[in-house]
Design a binder for this molecule. Structure first.
Ligand code: GGG
Length: 368
């Protein structure tokens, strides 16, 4: 158990911290330092952080990714802050289904929000596209679709081996995430792109289109664009400015948001929030990137995505001033361009970036 940032303050938010594997440990350490600095500078709330050792090392010792009662334990927190999962020593489907996917499905965190924004000062890979062109909110359906986990394998290792993977799309599941995306669009620039492959996926995705059409009738002020996922991937690169809110199925948006991460400067910058907007369960905040075994342990991972996810967490918990202070510190450090990790062309270490961000947070709170 880590100490609350200030035990004498009025509000205490209880956060479950799961650093996980690889660079997850490094970026969460940076993120926690920034969160605690924000709480100190704000002075109006405290963070009570409880760290859990779950992940691939835990699996190698205990035969499971998390404790048996992990999800019930997590229910008792106000939010979950997660780093990354994945290790060359454990099959990827074991790590995912034993941790993130299990948490998302069991807590019914059906909306995965992934902002894609090119920050001033960050040189993205797209020539002639600046921050004014890349600013969207991606909404990933997070509990069903291609990630329903329905299927099986029979006749293993025989010539007649069969693998069946079934996508599951329910009216409840599609309608609730699409409605959330429409709500977001009304609060942003009033444009919604719905992503499918309904020319080929003629059952599930024509169904998705029908649901979008029916929900759209309740939002006449939102302009709807229906796009095939392949076309959307191309437009993310050639015309990112056409996107405001983007909604799609679990797999499609997982892939598309990696394209989004790259056009905003790299995987290390992307943040996400897994939430059940109906409430009653903690939301989970994580950088989009995985455990990056190639650079893990070297202290050079970019903590931006983790820090940004931390700001989203504070915002979700109602700590708007502290969240805005973290974002303004992040924007200043990135714009100054002096303290950058190698993925952004710099030589700084993860801890150097965290130190600079901590320094900027107090100024951000004062300015608010
Ligand atoms: N930051 C958590 C993490 O490790 N993400 C990598 C990953 O593969 N996630 C799967 C998913 O988001 O569905």
């Amino acid at each position: 158990m880590m100490e609350p940032a200030d035990s004498g303050t009025a509000r205490t938010h209880r956060i479950a911290v799961i650093p996980g594997d690889g660079v997850g440990v490094e970026v969460i350490e940076a993120g926690v330092a920034v969160l605690e600095a924000a709480a100190r500078a704000d002075g109006g709330f405290a963070l009570e952080l409880t760290s859990f050792p779950w992940g691939s090392d835990y699996y190698l010792e205990h035969g499971r990714m998390m404790a048996e009662d992990a999800v019930d334990v997590l229910r008792g927190f106000d939010a979950i802050y997660l780093g990354a999962v994945g290790s060359p020593a454990v099959p990827d489907d074991v790590t995912l289904w034993g941790s993130i996917l299990l948490i998302r499905q069991t807590l019914d965190l059906y909306v995965n929000l992934r902002p894609v924004r090119l920050m001033p000062g960050v040189e993205g890979p797209l020539r002639s596209k600046g921050p004014e062109h890349i600013d969207m909110m991606c909404v990933r359906e997070n509990t069903e679709g291609e990630y329903s986990g329905v299927g099986g394998r029979v006749h293993r290792n025989l010539p007649g081996e069969v693998a069946i993977q079934t996508d599951v799309f329910t009216r409840t599941g599609v309608e609730r995430v699409v409605r959330h995306a429409f709500e977001l669009a009304t609060r942003r620039r009033g444009r919604l792109a719905s992503i499918t492959k309904s020319n080929a996926g003629r059952h599930a995705f024509t169904f998705w289109d029908d649901v979008v059409e029916s929900v759209a009738s309740e939002y006449p002020g939102v302009e709807v664009d229906r796009l095939l996922v392949d076309a959307a991937a191309a437009f993310f690169v050639t015309r990112p400015e056409r996107f405001d809110v983007v909604v799609g199925s679990n797999l499609f948006m997982d892939i598309l948001t990696d394209v989004g991460a790259v056009i905003q400067g790299g995987m290390g910058l992307a943040a996400s929030m897994n939430v059940n907007p109906d409430g009653g369960v903690p939301a989970l905040f994580e950088p989009v990137h995985g455990s990056a075994p190639d650079i893990a342990g070297r202290g050079i991972a970019n903590p931006t995505g983790a820090v940004w996810a931390g700001a989203m967490m504070l915002e979700h918990l109602g700590e708007r001033t502290a969240a805005a202070a973290i974002m303004s510190s992040l924007e200043s450090v990135l714009a100054a361009g002096e303290i950058r990790t190698p993925d952004l062309g710099g030589t700084a270490r993860t801890g150097d970036v965290a130190g600079a961000l901590v320094g900027g947070v107090a100024a951000g709170v004062e300015a608010a």
